[in-house]
Design a protein around this ligand. Structure first.
Ligand code: EPZ
Length: 419
């Protein structure tokens, strides 16, 4: 099993090009299944999750190939409507293929995606919404089949009890080829949903209101292929900014989606880092010791502070001057990385949804195990600023979401190797 070996203590300096967004590439790859034609995706990140999505597409009869950062997906002719249990287990967010398969094939079969490191990942909102769009849903020993009796979904008015990103995406993916109009109230507003809708409009879909909490989709008969560039990954960007804040130094993040990163940047700058953002570039410099963040850091649906950036910001704040408090409001257990940070010398107390971070002067290296994608990245953020050597195992979690992770950190002057 591979590990990252990180020798902390170097300040980081340099500039990096931000990778394409994992959480945009995945729903867009699912959306490409709806198009009767060839889709070419640029800036597609080389990630294990993206390769899993490619395997799902090919298992459904689509032709998906990835060369460098270009994905070519031809779903002119498709044949399957079932995602195998193996592929579902490989990537729980395969659930976002449900809406696309149902929209294109009129039926879809998959095994209930289990919980994951972040806690139980229910899909009740997904199923309730698709049922309102006419799907008949059966669950036989954990294998779920959704079927549109008339072979095609019907538009519906859907109000989400929570602005679920995945549920919003699945509804849109099923609605674009449904009969009539679908309205989503309390829709998620994440930028990756807008990116998916931009892609779908380029394929001929009729969608309005994405990015707001009221989205309207007018169903069409079919979609055609297109060429599209995937948006930058705002969470990977937050990770490298947090890493530079933790280690000290200065960096330029090129190809950054500044507006979409604002909820993170507006919090990070409260640590005293100098941050300047313009023309798709973000410059960050950390001079002296970071300051703790006075206000409680609450993770919220976009445009609130992103839950995916909670762990990496925490890792930067563990050596800040003062006490910071996080409140995790999106997932049931998204503090699994704190044990590893405590092993490195952090002073963290978790109490339910809250985590209290009392700043310590310095961290030391340790042998730790990545618990999940962003938790593993947080361990690397802490390790780069720590004294001594940190070994991070189970780095397959990190490879799910970060392209060329060790090369990026090395290019900034960090000492990291994979073995
Ligand atoms: C997406 O997950 C992202 N994944 C997550 O990023 C991200 O943390 C999350 O949105 C929130 O922003 C992808 O885009 C592939 P949700 P998703 O549905 O769609 C509950 C990362 O690190 N819920 O908005 O699964 C759910 O349990 C990953 O890149 C229900 O109860 O998130 C959670 O507590 C991690 N019932 C909350 O809503 C449902 O039917 C938010 O989930 C659906 C969700």
């Amino acid at each position: 099993m591979q590990k990252f070996i990180i020798t902390g203590g170097n300040r980081l300096n340099g500039e990096i090009e931000l990778q394409g967004s994992k959480n945009s590439a995945l729903p867009i790859m699912a959306a490409a299944f709806l198009a009767k034609g060839k889709c070419t995706l640029e800036s597609c990140p080389n990630l294990t999750d993206v390769y899993s999505a490619a395997r799902i597409l090919n298992s459904l009869g689509s032709k998906c190939s990835i060369t460098g950062n270009r994905a070519e997906i031809d779903s002119t002719v498709v044949s399957g409507s079932k995602i195998s249990e193996t592929l579902m287990r490989e990537m729980r967010s395969s659930i976002m293929f449900m809406g696309a398969i149902l929209g294109r094939m009129g039926e879809c079969t998959f095994s209930v995606p289990g919980g994951c490191e972040l806690g139980p990942r229910p899909i009740d909102m997904h199923l309730a919404a698709l049922s309102k769009m006419g799907a008949e849903i059966t669950d036989i020993n954990g294998e779920i089949t959704c079927r549109m009796p008339k072979g095609r979904g019907r538009g519906a008015k859907i109000s989400l009890s929570f602005p679920s990103v995945g549920a919003t995406e699945n509804i849109i993916l099923c609605a674009v080829l449904a009969e009539g109009e679908t309205v989503i109230n309390n829709a998620a507003r994440e930028p990756e949903i807008c990116d998916m809708c931009h892609f779908l409009r380029r394929c001929g879909a009729r969608i309005k209101g994405d990015g707001e909490s009221h989205i309207v989709v007018e169903g069409v008969e079919s979609l055609h292929g297109c060429e599209y560039r995937i948006m930058p990954d705002r969470i990977a960007g937050a990770t490298y900014l947090a890493m530079t804040a933790a280690a000290g130094g200065a960096m330029i993040l090129k190809n950054a989606c500044i507006a979409e990163m604002e909820p993170f940047i507006s919090v990070l700058e409260q640590t005293g880092c100098f941050i300047c953002a313009a023309d798709n570039r973000i410059y960050l410099r950390r001079g002296g010791r970071l300051k703790a963040i006075r206000d409680r850091i609450r993770t919220m649906p976009h445009p609130g502070f992103p839950t995916d950036a909670q762990a990496v910001l925490m890792a930067a704040l563990i050596t800040a001057d003062g006490t910071s408090v996080f409140e995790e409001n999106i997932f049931d257990c998204r503090y699994r990385h704190t044990d590893a940070l405590i092993k490195m010398g952090a002073d963290i107390q978790v109490m339910g949804k809250a985590a209290v971070i009392r700043g310590v002067k310095r961290l030391h290296g340790a042998d730790v195990e990545a618990t999940d994608l962003r938790g593993g990245a947080a361990m690397a953020v802490a390790a780069v600023g720590a004294e001594g050597i940190t070994r991070i195992s189970c780095i397959s979690h990190i490879d799910r979401g970060y392209e060329n992770f060790e090369d990026v950190i090395t290019s900034l002057g960090g000492k990291i190797r994979r073995e």
